[in-house]
Design a protein around this ligand. Sequence first.
Ligand code: HEC
Length: 124
Amino acid sequence: MRGAPLFPFAATALLGLLLVFSLSLVGLNIGGEEAANEGNGEGNGEEQEFDDPVELGQSVYEGQCASCHGGDLEGGAGPALDDGSHGEEDILTAIEEGPGQMPENLVQGEEAEAVAQFILSENE
Ligand code: HEC
């Protein structure tokens, strides 16, 4: 009988701990989702969110190419890409081989295609 009165206290303490623990888990989950959503809006080159390849291409361009070729393809460290002189093959070859100072294979596959489509669409 001596130990019996302790039990309710222990149980209450345990419940309290569980509550705090589960609340903090809920908090973490909410925080995680918000962080994921923020990432999406920023056009950081993540696939799957764009139905239109040109839109994907623009987002990839801004993330990977604009620093050297200019935000409006006007050129900078790299040549201008808005003078209509680049065909799809030229662009894809440049992306793959990285001529001169340009790093090779900055983007690949679907993203490379999309960037080419974006550049071509800007030259129309
Ligand atoms: C670090 C800077 C840099 C980045 C980033 C960069 N480029 Fe370049 N790019 C260059 C330079 C410099 C050249 C010229 C190379 C040469 O011919 O000497 C070039 C050349 C090109 C050319 C050929 C242009 C021509 O007239 O011959 C294309 C097309 C091109 N880049 C597309 C892209 C695309 C698309 C991206 C993004 C995926 C990109 N570049 C990212 C620096 C860069």
